[in-house]
Design a protein around this ligand. Structure first.
Ligand code: KG4
Ligand code: ZN
Length: 359
């Protein structure tokens, strides 16, 4: 439970209790989250139950474990968001849920729960694209419209660039052809025994290291497209740690300085490519703004490098607020945009895990 989140300290929400609010549900990966959001975007209540402790010993999210944990947590999480808001079910305008992309089992728990509540409470159902919601978190941070813009979603499951002309009109420009950037952070952290999720740990070690100590590959950085590839980088880090042929990571005793240098050089390689492709996309789309969301958008070095790029290339940078970078239900406020357009989902809606590219 976290009261210090945007909207909650804002007295606007007290004046707006009469507004028909919506309930948003998020369960795409390993965070079970719900929020109650007024129709002006003010957050009336929210709750996120993280599963980090459950997945830590595996060094990554285990889909079956995640789905079962969602099942246990989803009703208490919704209860908490609702009671924090002071809103009753009868006062809700709609129930929104992230139906794509994500882990099939995890998505199913949220969707079945949302459908059940929609039927029981006689409320319309709204489907939210989780990646579009990550980008909408950027719009929630500023008062002016961020559109048109280039949007970068950089998370544990996705690394994708879009040309966005509105919160709901996004043209896919390109994305990773193998691992997502966050996944690479998690794998490198696992190799170095830094725990899970790996991003924050790698970033902490990186701040003490030399970014030029290892010359890791910047895959596809010069390719004339908006695609990414991080699996070669992951392998390069692996070879730098153990050398080819050796696989026994748990027995490795990597000196602290080497760990810091590996993290710093790895982070620099990921971020150089992300920044270069964003610059290319901003130029190609002739946009004057870049928005960035998803878990990896919490990375301090990425935020810093993008800010430098924005100044040098004369575009405005809007990164999602720190608390809205990793998965949460507040960014499900994008459902309000769908309601304004009259876009509701039918009760035979199914999940779209989306193993293919191009979401
Ligand atoms: O958006 P998110 O919560 O879940 C997905 O939709 O995938 O992103 C989680 C990812 C994890 O891979 C995590 O390691 C990464 O975001 N992450 C970071 C940082 N904080 C979280 N990566 C780099 N630096 C960070 N500070
Ligand atoms: Zn996410």
């Amino acid at each position: 439970r976290d009261d210090d989140v945007i909207g909650l300290s804002n007295p606007r929400h007290l004046a707006n209790v009469w507004c028909m609010p919506i309930l948003t549900i998020e369960s795409t990966c390993d965070e079970t989250a719900a929020a109650v959001i007024a129709n002006d975007g003010a957050v009336l209540g929210q709750c996120v139950a993280t599963q980090e402790a459950l997945h830590e010993r595996f060094g990554g999210v285990v889909p079956e474990v995640a789905a079962r944990a969602h099942l246990e947590r989803i009703l208490p999480v919704i209860d908490m968001a609702m009671s924090q808001s002071g809103i009753t079910a009868g006062q809700l305008d709609a129930v929104a849920v992230a139906d794509r992309p994500g882990l099939a089992g995890s998505l199913l728990v949220g969707l079945v729960c949302a459908k059940t509540l929609a039927v029981a409470w006689k409320k319309p159902l709204v489907a939210v694209n989780h990646l579009h919601a990550h980008l909408y978190a950027c719009q929630m941070a500023v008062t002016e419209s961020v559109y048109p813009c280039v949007g970068l979603v950089v998370s544990g499951g996705h690394t994708s660039l879009y040309h966005c002309t509105s919160p709901l009109d996004l043209a896919y420009l390109g994305g990773t052809i193998d691992d997502a950037a966050g996944e690479a952070f998690d794998k490198v952290a696992a190799m170095l025994g830094l725990g899970f999720p790996g991003g924050p740990a790698v970033s902490k070690w990186a701040n003490r290291g030399d970014r030029n100590a290892y010359s890791f590959p910047r895959s596809m950085v010069h390719d004339d497209n908006f695609d990414f590839s991080f699996s070669g980088l992951k392998t390069a880090v692996r070879y730098a740690i153990v050398g080819p042929g050796h696989q026994d990571f748990p027995k490795l005793d990597v000196p602290e300085k080497t760990k810091a240098d590996l993290c710093a050089s790895f982070e620099a390689a990921v971020i150089d490519v992300l920044v270069a492709k964003c610059e290319r996309a901003v130029a190609k789309c002739r946009c004057r703004r870049l928005i960035v969301g998803g878990g990896v958008a919490a990375n301090g070095y990425l935020r810093e490098q993008l800010q430098t790029s924005a100044v040098e290339n004369d575009y405005t940078l809007t990164v999602a607020p720190m608390k809205l970078c990793t998965d949460n239900a507040i960014m499900g406020a994008i459902a309000l945009e769908k309601i304004r357009r009259g876009e509701f989902a039918s009760l035979d809606l199914d999940v779209t895990p989306g193993l293919q590219r191009g979401f």
